[in-house]
Design a protein around this ligand. Structure first.
Ligand SMILES: Nc1ncnc2c1ncn2[C@@H]1O[C@H](COP(=O)(O)OP(=O)(O)O)[C@@H](O)[C@H]1O
Ligand SMILES: [Mg+2]
Length: 266
């Protein structure tokens, strides 16, 4: 019997050699990054380091100047805007910091919107949308307009909207940035759990180490380059949580002590 039970999941989304400049500003200077189905990836780094540009290139919002973006083996970066727009609508979901819900629509219709844009009849789309409300702790909030929801509730509606079309990848740019700490933790844990249970990949841009701690893996961006990566692919949230606990207890990251041992052997 084969004792190697490790299944190396092939990435659902991969960017290689990504470069992007805005006139004189080099936002991405050659980035390789990938994420697998069911995996959550945190992208951290200082303001202006290129995090959002990376997310936009991976999500087909912008085209990189150089490099490739592959979604399930298909080149995204070579598609024209109409096809990328279609791809974003059908295979990706998006959660932003705030202000992404249409204020004049009730919560259920906000969630149903991507389905209706895809041509699904309104009644069916709203029915499908409502299935998400209990799962996100929003039962009874279906008819509320965004102005009648708390910040945390509005983000959970946004998560439902990102998931309703059964996307392969969810992109979240500072999804907890406008929330207080405890509401933020509620929202990120729901986002990671629901995305994983759908078998989708999740890419989260965040400033917050606590938010990153909920993700399987973290990469750090500085001056348009990845500087560090930790955590393991394949549902390694437990490993990651253990590493964070060890760091908090002053024990250092397991990878650091491994490096230190290697160096002391010399
Ligand atoms: N549309 C744009 N036009 C000009 N410069 C931009 C644009 N978008 C981003 N930049 C610049 O590219 C760099 C990276 O920006 P961004 O990816 O938004 O960083 P982050 O999300 O990490 O804060 C910054 O110097 C920013 O000013
Ligand atoms: Mg940004």
């Amino acid at each position: 019997m084969n004792s190697y039970r490790t299944t190396i999941a092939s990435p659902v989304l991969a960017g290689t050699g990504l470069k992007k400049s805005y006139s004189l500003t080099r936002a991405l200077a050659g980035v390789d990054v990938s994420v697998s189905a069911g995996e959550s990836l945190a992208v951290m780094g200082p303001s202006g380091s290129g995090k959002s540009t990376l997310l936009h290139c991976l999500a087909g919002i912008e085209r990189p100047d150089e490099g490739q973006v592959l979604l399930a083996g298909e080149r995204v970066d070579q598609l024209g805007e109409p096809q990328r727009s279609e791809l974003r609508r059908t295979r990706f979901g998006f959660v932003f910091q705030s202000g992404q819900l249409l204020p004049e629509l009730p919560a259920d219709e906000n969630v149903a919107l991507p389905l209706m844009l895809g041509g699904m009849p309104r009644r069916r789309a709203v029915r499908k949308a409502r299935e998400w409300f209990p799962l996100l702790g929003l039962a009874g909030k279906e008819g509320r307009r965004p102005g009648q929801l708390s910040g945390g509730q509005a983000q959970r509606v946004a998560i439902a909207r990102a998931l309703v079309g059964d996307p392969q990848v969810i992109f979240a740019d500072e999804p907890t940035g406008a929330l207080d700490q405890s509401t933020g933790m509620e929202v990120i844990s729901l986002l990671v759990a629901t995305t994983r249970s759908q078998g989708a990949a999740l890419v989260v841009v965040t400033h917050d180490e606590n938010v990153a701690g909920y993700c399987d893996r973290t990469v750090r961006v500085r001056d348009g380059r990845l500087t560090e990566e930790h955590g393991m692919p394949e549902g390694a949230a437990v490993t990651n949580a253990v590493a964070h606990a060890a760091e908090a207890a002053g024990l250092g990251h397991p990878a650091d002590s491994y490096d230190a041992d290697a160096r002391s052997d010399r």
